[in-house]
Design a binder for this molecule. Sequence first.
Ligand code: ADP
Length: 268
Amino acid sequence: DKPHHEKRLLELRLAQIGQIILVMANKGGVGKSTVSANLAAGLAARGFRVGVADADIHGPNQSRFFNQVGQRVRVSERGLDTLSCFGDRLPHPVQVGSLAFMMERDDTPIVWRDAYKHDFMHHLIGSFDWGPLDFLVVDMPPGTGNELITLSDLLEQQAVAAVIATTPQQVALMDSLKAIRFCQERGLPLLGVVENMAGVTCPHCGGEFQLFPRAHLAEALAEHRVASLASIPLSPLLAMASDSGAPVTMDQPESPEARAFAPVVDAC
Ligand code: ADP
């Protein structure tokens, strides 16, 4: 029967996946997708077999970050084909699976109630033919709602850990503390927090300044016994890289931006 078949398929897929990393943020727009893409490409550049599952149902941007906009998924007897990215530049191509590849048009809004989202999370992991992977990086939707609960239930028996993205601002930190508590209360191992958009270097004078008023991230993390993994600058290179679909950790590994991501890759 169908539910039994789907459960079995999910188990088979998961059996081939080593470590799953959930990239979370409790706030939108703080750089969760940027961290996901650069973490995945950074791991792939080190020779690991990496997949990226885009779980951000309402804004599946990984198709953009990996230069696959407009691509559509193909169905084979093994399931939905992931899109293989940068096979010519990496030891193993990054395998990307996203709802974006399943829509008829790129501008179709997703208007789903929770039951659909729940089912989609199962399909994202179970229906895509991920093949053997060392790491599956999951770009989570912002917040601690339906998708996160579904996925953390689904992955209960799996090696899974979380990374939280935030910006230096108090409003973002306030939200991040909720994500931290979610991990701690659910027993989800938290690798640490990535502070994104932390400082800007002026392209004219080379001076550094802070765009956002600084919250006391370091103190807050110490208080919660959470590691601060990395500080990523706000930079035109990173903004451009996401639009052009070439994560800097693969495309420009010697750039300060790529080097800033290295501790996140190390932590995995
Ligand atoms: P989220 O997934 O949290 O919504 P994104 O990673 O999509 O956030 O980032 C939001 C926007 O900000 C994107 O357009 C992205 O290119 C840009 N962005 C994110 N981080 C940086 C950064 N450090 N420097 C410059 N632009 C950034």
